[in-house]
Each structure stands twice: as structure tokens, then as C-alpha cells.
Design a protein around this ligand. Structure first.
Ligand code: CA
Length: 240
């Protein structure tokens, strides 16, 4: 059973979202202001946060920043008013995973919710434990069960979307993935996710994974898409 926290000060809308999610089998809870929303998200375990951008006491962006600063990786779907669409990059930069402009249609909300609560690995639909081996390419290791990424042994903090994107690429190092395949796999094919979202997230991953002065681990294949490079740190022949 997936738990979702809705942080929204418009009580009527919060109730409506909560009811629709409940009908779909989610356990939906609500917080009517930013302070209680943030404190619940920090102290309880949710599978998703639906977060209004404009709250009376603090902005949704401040809440996401607070969560990410505390290393809480819960996926976050931001609700934004039409006239804030230009600010969406600010929300994504702060660590939100997706956004949905108001007013929205409920089937669209549900599609985003499904995509964000879907885990790339872990216990599968068949009930089998997905404790499959870690995925590795060079010195980058992704653990699908612990939801952890390490580079040269050092933990790299990724948002849910960044993790899903890296997981997709790293499961087949060297294979070229087109933007539309990545959009489908990682964003659940949400039709109106703006088209450069893949490029934006690739740039986030590069910032977190690459080292200064070294070529990026994620190579752009011009006109096609992206591939995760197989190579790791160079091993000196005969080195022990
Ligand atoms: Ca509001």
C-alpha cells in the first residue's frame, strides 16, 4: 500500500485529490500548511509527496530544499499555477521530481503519481524479490535495493528521477538510449513533460557523477540520445 502526503492549503482541492487517490488504492493524507507538511515529510515515511508551490507560510520550493538538505529522497510532485511555469526549473533544481500545472485533469495527475511511485527495481510484480546484483559500470555502482549510488565508494545523493534515469542507462552500458525511450521509461510517457527534461536531468547527473577535467561518463550521441560509458578508472597494467 503506497502512502502519499498531499501538502496543499486549498482544502477543497486537497480533499478532492485525496479522494481520487483513495479510490485508486493509495493511502492519501493531507497537510494544510508548509510547516506541518515539512515536519511530517521529515519524520514519517511516504512513497510520494504532492506539494503545492504556493503555501501561506512557505513555498513548496523551500520545502523540497529542506527535505533534500536532510537527505530525504521521497519523490516530489509539485503543483504549480499556470503563471509559474517559467519557475519550474527552479523547482526541479531544488530537487522536485516532476511538476503539474494547475488546473489539471485527474487522469493526468494519476499518470504522474503512477510514474513517480513506480520503482525501477525492488520487489517485482511477480512477487520475486528483486535483490538482483548491483549494477556497475567502471567505478559507478548502483544498488537498486538500497536505492543507493556510489562513485569510487563514495555515496552520491540522487533524486528519484535522477536515480531512475541513471538506472536505465547503467543497466546496459554502451547502449544508446533515445530521448523518447528515456522519457517513456523514466517519466512514464507523460505526454506534456517538456521535451528537454531528459537533457536537463542528464546535466544534473553529470554534475553529480563526473569529475572535473575528465570526460563525462554519460556520452551524448548527437541526434540520437545518450549512453553510459563502460570504462572505469584506468588500471595500470601490472598494478596490484
Ligand atoms: Ca496554494
Amino acid at each position: 500500500m503506497k502512502r502519499i502526503l498531499i501538502v496543499e492549503d486549498e482544502a477543497k482541492l486537497a480533499r478532492l485529490i485525496s479522494r481520487v487517490l483513495g479510490e485508486e488504492g493509495y493511502v492519501a493524507e493531507t497537510a494544510g500548511d508548509g510547516r506541518s507538511g515539512l515536519s511530517r515529510a521529515l519524520t514519517e515515511s511516504f512513497d510520494l509527496l504532492i506539494l503545492d508551490w504556493m503555501l501561506p507560510d512557505r513555498s513548496g520550493v523551500q520545502i523540497v530544499r529542506g527535505l533534500r538538505a536532510a537527505e530525504v529522497g521521497v519523490p516530489v510532485l509539485m503543483l504549480t499555477a499556470r503563471d509559474q511555469i517559467e519557475d519550474r526549473v527552479e523547482g526541479l533544481d531544488a530537487g522536485a521530481d516532476d511538476y503539474l500545472p494547475k488546473p489539471f485533469a485527474f487522469p493526468e495527475l494519476l499518470a504522474r503519481v503512477r510514474a513517480l511511485t513506480r520503482r525501477p527495481w525492488g520487489p517485482g510484480e511477480d512477487g520475486k524479490d528483486g535483490a538482483a546484483a548491483q549494477l556497475a559500470a567502471g567505478d559507478v555502482v548502483l544498488d537498486p535495493v538500497r536505492h543507493e549510488v556510489r562513485r569510487a565508494g563514495e555515496r552520491v545523493e540522487l533524486t528519484a528521477k535522477e536515480f531512475a534515469l541513471l538506472a536505465t542507462l547503467i543497466q546496459r552500458p554502451g547502449q544508446v538510449f533515445t530521448r523518447s525511450v528515456l522519457l517513456d521509461t523514466v517519466w512514464g510517457g507523460s505526454a506534456d513533460v517538456y521535451t528537454n527534461v531528459v537533457d536537463l536531468y542528464i546535466s544534473y547527473l553529470r554534475k553529480k557523477l563526473d569529475r572535473d577535467g575528465e570526460p563525462s561518463r554519460i556520452r551524448t550521441v548527437r541526434g540520437v540520445g545518450y549512453t553510459f560509458e563502460h570504462r572505469g578508472p584506468v588500471q595500470e597494467p601490472g598494478a596490484r
